[in-house]
Design a protein around this ligand. Sequence first.
Ligand code: DGP
Length: 121
Amino acid sequence: MNETIFTHIINKSIPADILYEDDEVLAFRDINPQAPLHFLVIPKKPIATINDITPADYQVVGKLSGVAAEIVAQQGMAEQGFRTVMNCNEYGGQTVYHIHLHVLAGKPLGWPPYQATIKQG
Ligand code: DGP
């Protein structure tokens, strides 16, 4: 099994500020917020990266976006706009290998993303 820190958040063995939960999906505030509202939406199924998504996962992966939009709307930040991001592997900046949709809202967000320096080779 692909166990990560998010496994412990799902199991409630470590605490998190949970915004939404059902049988398939959990949403909780990011521990290192990059915007006034920054939370993560994850499937309870431990899928390591976007590369590991199979057709059987398409329903729950789509649900992550729907739950994200519902929470932003509840927080009154939908009309101004927001961003969702799912990082993948080293170049994408992924650090926790259980897929998660970042949701950032409450301030104007720059684009394109900053240039990170990653050691190659
Ligand atoms: P990424 O770099 O895309 O893999 O993002 C991982 C995010 O997970 C990062 O923004 C910080 C967040 N995170 C890591 N550990 C914890 C934790 O224990 N609790 C919470 N709430 N967030 C965490």
